[in-house]
Design a protein around this ligand. Structure first.
Ligand code: ADP
Ligand code: MG
Length: 237
């Protein structure tokens, strides 16, 4: 479904992504992990075509994303921080996104309803708390029933119940056969949700493991234990 071959990205002289090779299939939840600054958001943006890699190729469903805009319709993206225009109302933001994505493709209002967004659609974006913006952003991400969901720290800033609901929703979408790529720093979330864990460190894939504890009773090995070697090497670098 997504195939990244030898992706390199520089910001000036800074080598942010170093020869990334990944093949990601549908019907799973992939957790992209790694410390702050390890390149997670940059990699997601490369997949989305928002950042252009300096070398390498990314294919989505077999087609190169270079000069290709169509593939983006397959993707729902929830950025780490949503920047909506401050001076307009929530309902206007939703309307604008619907118009961009195609009015009729807005079919999934589950998060919209659960988060009670209807109750504050007349508020201006500038008056919303960070958590409320996060809710608007997530409702919009899921609204268009996209085959691929890319969620950059989706539960950060959400109250605990809302975060739980988001996790349920993510699992539900996976069960429909979708691909979900999620970054999070919450290890419990990774263990609970993901089928595969990819660990980035200094722009390199340092580990790529199947999460065999997910959904089974055998959770003896915690994520921390699994990655002990990596955390150690990072600490002493
Ligand atoms: N637009 C940019 N210009 C210059 N450097 C950037 C830019 N975006 C990210 N970086 C740098 O690239 C590195 C990786 O950032 P990022 O992908 O956001 O990491 P993560 O999401 O893992 O925290 C960081 O050192 C960050 O400062
Ligand atoms: Mg990030």
């Amino acid at each position: 479904m997504i195939n990244a071959e030898n992706i390199n990205k520089y910001y000036g002289k800074f080598h942010v992504l170093k020869s990334i090779n990944l093949k990601i299939d549908k019907g799973q939840i992939v957790a992209l992990m790694g410390p702050n600054g390890s390149g997670k958001t940059t990699l997601l943006k490369c997949i989305l075509g928002l950042v252009i890699a300096d070398s390498g190729e990314i294919k989505v469903d077999g087609a190169s994303i270079k000069n290709n805009f169509e593939y983006r319709h397959k993707i729902g993206y929830m950025p780490q921080t949503a920047y909506f225009p401050e001076n307009i109302k929530v309902k206007d933001v939703i309307q604008i996104i619907k118009e961009i994505r195609g009015e009729k493709s807005a079919t999934d209002f589950e998060l919209y309803e659960y988060y009670g967004i209807e109750n504050f659609t007349d508020k201006k974006i500038s008056s919303l708390s960070q958590g409320m913006k996060q809710k608007v952003s997530s409702a919009l991400t899921f609204m268009f029933d996209s085959d691929i969901l890319i969620l950059d720290e989706p539960t950060a800033g959400l109250d605990p119940l809302s975060a739980e609901y988001m996790k349920l929703k993510i699992k539900k979408e996976k069960d429909k056969g979708k691909l979900i790529i999620i970054t999070t720093h919450i290890l419990n979330e990774v263990e609970e949700l993901s089928d595969r864990m990819i660990y980035l460190l200094d722009g390199e894939v340092r580990a790529d493991r199947i999460n065999d504890s997910s959904g089974t009773k055998n959770r003896a090995e915690s994520i921390l234990e699994k990655f002990t070697d990596l955390f150690k090497s990072y600490e002493w670098k």
